[in-house]
Write a protein that binds this ligand. Structure first.
Ligand SMILES: Nc1ncnc2c1ncn2[C@@H]1O[C@H](COP(=O)(O)OP(=O)(O)OP(=O)(O)O)[C@@H](O)[C@H]1O
Ligand SMILES: Cc1ncc(COP(=O)(O)O)c(N)n1
Length: 264
């Protein structure tokens, strides 16, 4: 079984973050491990508080997992501050972790800020150059570039983001008119299309997408096929989103379709 690590933050409501990643790993048939870098007191309505761990806590977990279990891929989620991003980048580089997917989480579905402003430069300088692919949503893509969101300039944004050194860029399309994800690998632009659901239960869609992408890369799929499969898993999780859980945007349900087949 392939092994994939989530380096990310806990969401106590379990819709996003580390908890979403583990559900996505299970859905994608890989063994998921975790390195927690911070904890949020969070539900579907909002984020009450954020408690970052000292960077060493992340590094120790990454080392413990890699030295015994190993990692065929990893994804990063909410890393919160520059010190943590820098420590994670150092560990990933030192340990040679392959197939790194960087999801530069900045703002929660509920509106809370999940990244310190000054940490953007650290992402660009230290973590993006190690990534096989980075997966900002459209708001994050333009925020990383210090620009206003402009759907007409999404290709330019992808090319500019790739100049920081990642192998490829996927700008996810959950908040765009077309709903397609845009993949740029340095040679061509590819629209990853698929069904778009009217569901408001999208809390954790981005985490599910990046965890699925890392899983499919670990399983040996090429980037294009992994990106298509990741969109399928994320959109299916939105389709089965759990409106009855909490009073805000409901959590996605990565295992919804699978359980429906088992129960049938
Ligand atoms: N309503 C939807 N229907 C189908 N697929 C969706 C929908 N919303 C998001 N997705 C898919 O989910 C993945 C995550 O996309 P999105 O752009 O919403 O990321 P995000 O904003 O980081 O997610 P989050 O909601 O966790 O913040 C993408 O593959 C996207 O195409
Ligand atoms: C711990 C953690 N990680 C990531 C997200 C982003 O997910 P979303 O944009 O769906 O709220 C979050 N809200 N909390």
């Amino acid at each position: 079984m392939k092994r994939v690590m989530s380096i990310a933050t806990s969401d106590s409501g379990a819709g996003a973050g580390i908890q979403a990643d583990l559900k996505a790993f299970l859905r994608c048939g890989v063994y998921g491990t975790t390195a927690l870098v911070a904890i949020t007191a969070q539900n579907t309505v909002g984020v009450r508080s954020i408690f970052p761990f000292p960077p060493r806590v992340a590094v120790d977990q990454i080392e413990a997992v890699v030295e015994d279990i190993g990692a065929d891929a990893a994804k990063t989620g909410m890393l919160f501050n520059a010190e943590i991003i820098s420590a994670v980048a150092g560990a990933v580089r030192r340990l040679g972790i392959p197939n790194l997917v960087v999801d530069p989480v900045m703002v929660a579905e509920s509106g809370a800020k999940l990244l310190k402003d000054e940490a953007v430069a650290t992402y660009k300088q230290e973590l993006f150059p190690l990534a096989a692919v980075i997966t900002p949503n459209i708001n994050e893509a333009f925020a990383l570039l210090g620009a206003e969101v402009d759907e007409g300039r999404v290709r330019e944004a992808a090319a500019e983001l790739r100049s920081f050194g990642s192998g490829a860029v996927i700008i996810t399309g959950g908040h765009t008119a077309s709903g397609a994800d845009l993949l740029y690998d340095g040679e061509r632009f590819l629209e990853i299309e698929g069904p778009t659901y009217g569901s408001e239960n999208t809390h954790g869609a981005g985490c599910t997408h990046s965890a699925a992408l890392a899983s499919f890369l670990a399983r040996g799929l090429g980037l294009e096929e992994a990106a298509r499969r990741a969109r399928e898993v994320a959109s299916e999780a939105v389709r089965y989103g759990l409106g009855e859980i909490g009073s805000g945007a409901g959590p996605v349900h990565a295992l919804g379709a699978v359980l429906e087949r088992v129960e049938a």
